[in-house]
Write a protein that binds this ligand. Structure first.
Ligand code: GLN
Length: 497
């Protein structure tokens, strides 16, 4: 049974469909693994053993009846604690929502359940998805399975750590500025930010609505594609959901090929601040793509240097408005309601006690950037920069089919190292933010270990909006190329927990 936890999602689903193992046995093997290692990793905020076993039993019953099983039926999954789950705690890593059990499922949660996916529990995250290390969680940090004294990235560090430590074959993340891709890079896993609007935001607790996007986390490109297909597609409950067919990501993942493809290397994502081992592995990836038959072109995106400042105006502005709903009246925490205090006083005491330092910093920054008199200078200016970044992408995709870069400038850093330096923390998303601002699709997948610290490095692939399938076609080719070089998946080299 120990082998069960190392299967891919695709292997797990076919073992269940073929009757080699039951879904209940698979769920139990993962619950046992969580029991054995999560005290060290802290990937989960809540484990729903009863719910998981009941969902697994439903899959076994369906099979016994002879019902047709979907491609992920019975496969366990770790869900980022930012998606609502009916009756199951949803905290967003915040004290503000401690003990809240939502009365409804997010569309993504519903789709997972409909697909027979077994939700094991909810994963740790930076409070309201604000951060790059998972240290901003009100419930303590998550450790990187490669070295538990280091961060797994953020904000979805719990989801990435869960799959990297074989506590689940699949996980869900959200990516507002990099929170799926950056943790994937730091943990040696695969993460995809779908095209904005490709996966419903209904029931995703909002951070920055024009940037937030749910997406798949997995250990292989094919697994990510299977999960992507299960959660994507139009949702009338989300007004920004795209009403068009989902690109055929699974077919693309099964047919990895880069022959004749034009691949652009983003010139701006290199140089000062990039770890030598990251640049070396990226150079290897470029070489691999060339060997596999891609045409490599250098591309300049001159406005990408302004992406970070623009993001740190737009995201906090939207957050300051979205987080106004935590007013101590409707749900979650309420502090100081002794019968004498006014609603305003209770609201203020609650927000003081319920939000952590980073969330408060963003609310203050965002409120300032949106205030009359400063709006044009800050928020308005940032929106103009956003347009320039979108134009850089348009020009680039006029010349190439996909763009590539390192996913992050450095490998996993020690817990605590950047905790008191927000600017250093923000730099972790330097390469991922432009795609959120433009709304296009991007993937991170492992491209080896850095020489100086032996930690995973991520390769980022970026495709135009609604061309998510290109990520998988390229990703699958690169993954197969590495597998034949390395002889085994990168995660096999992670130290035992
Ligand atoms: N690290 C970025 C931030 O702190 C991105 C977070 C995210 O994608 N949710 O805002």
């Amino acid at each position: 049974m120990t082998e069960t936890i190392r299967w891919t999602a695709a292997e797990t689903a076919s073992a269940i469909a073929d009757g080699k193992v039951t879904a209940v046995e698979v769920a139990q093997a993962h619950l046992d693994r969580i029991e054995a290692v999560d005290a060290k990793v802290h990937a989960f905020l809540h484990v729903d053993a009863d719910g998981a076993l009941a969902a697994a039993k439903a899959v076994d019953d369906a099979r016994a009846r002879g019902d047709e099983l979907g491609p992920l039926a019975g496969v366990p999954l770790a869900l980022k604690d930012v998606f609502t789950t009916k009756g199951v705690p949803t905290t967003c890593g915040s004290k503000m929502l401690e003990g809240w059990r939502p009365p409804y499922d997010a569309t993504l949660t519903r789709r997972l359940k409909d697909a027979g996916v077994v939700i094991l529990g909810k994963t740790n995250m930076d409070e309201f998805a604000m951060g790059s290390s998972t240290e901003n969680s009100a419930y303590g940090p998550t450790g990187n399975p490669w070295d538990t004294t280091r961060v797994p990235g953020g904000s979805g560090g719990g989801s990435a750590a869960a799959i990297a430590s074989f506590q689940a074959p699949l996980a869900i993340g959200t990516d507002t500025g990099g929170s799926i891709r950056q943790p994937a890079a730091l943990t040696g896993t695969v993460g995809v930010k779908p095209t904005y609007g490709g996966v419903s935001r209904y029931g995703l607790v909002a951070f920055s609505s024009s940037l937030d996007q749910g997406g798949p986390c997995a250990r292989t490109v094919l697994d990510a594609a299977l999960l992507h297909e299960a959660i994507a597609g139009h949702d009338p409950l989300d007004s920004t959901s795209i009403d068009a067919p989902v690109p055929n990501v699974v077919e693309a993942a099964r047919n990895g090929d880069v022959r004749g493809l034009r691949v652009g290397v983003v010139k701006e994502f290199a140089g000062e601040g990039y770890q030598p081992g990251v640049l070396a592995r990226f150079a290897d990836a470029v070489e691999l793509l060339r060997e596999l038959g891609a045409e490599i072109v250098e591309i300049s995106c001159p406005n990408f240097g302004y992406a970070m400042p623009a993001y740190y105006l737009i995201a906090p502005s939207e957050a300051s408005s979205n987080l106004a709903r935590f007013d101590a009246m409707r749900y979650g925490l309420r502090v100081g309601d002794d019968g004498d205090r006014s609603a305003e006083e209770v609201m203020s005491l609650t927000r003081e006690a319920g939000f952590g330092a980073e969330v408060k910093r963003r609310i203050m920054l965002g409120t300032y950037a949106l205030s009359s008199g400063y709006y044009d200078a800050y928020y308005g200016q940032a929106q103009k920069v956003r347009t320039l970044i979108t134009r850089d992408f348009e020009a680039a995709f006029g010349q190439v089919d996909v763009l590539i870069s390192p996913t992050t400038p450095t490998t996993a850093f020690p817990i605590g190292e950047r905790a008191d330096d927000p600017m250093a923390m923000y730099l972790a998303d330097l390469c991922t933010i432009p795609s959120n601002l433009a709304g296009n699709a991007a993937m991170s997948l492992p491209c080896g270990l850095a020489d100086e610290d032996g930690l995973p490095v991520g390769l980022q692939i970026i495709a135009p909006a609604m061309a998510d399938d290109r990520l998988y076609r390229v990703g699958a080719a690169v993954e197969a190329g590495y597998l034949s070089r390395w002889g085994a998946p990168l995660l096999d080299r992670a130290p035992a927990l």
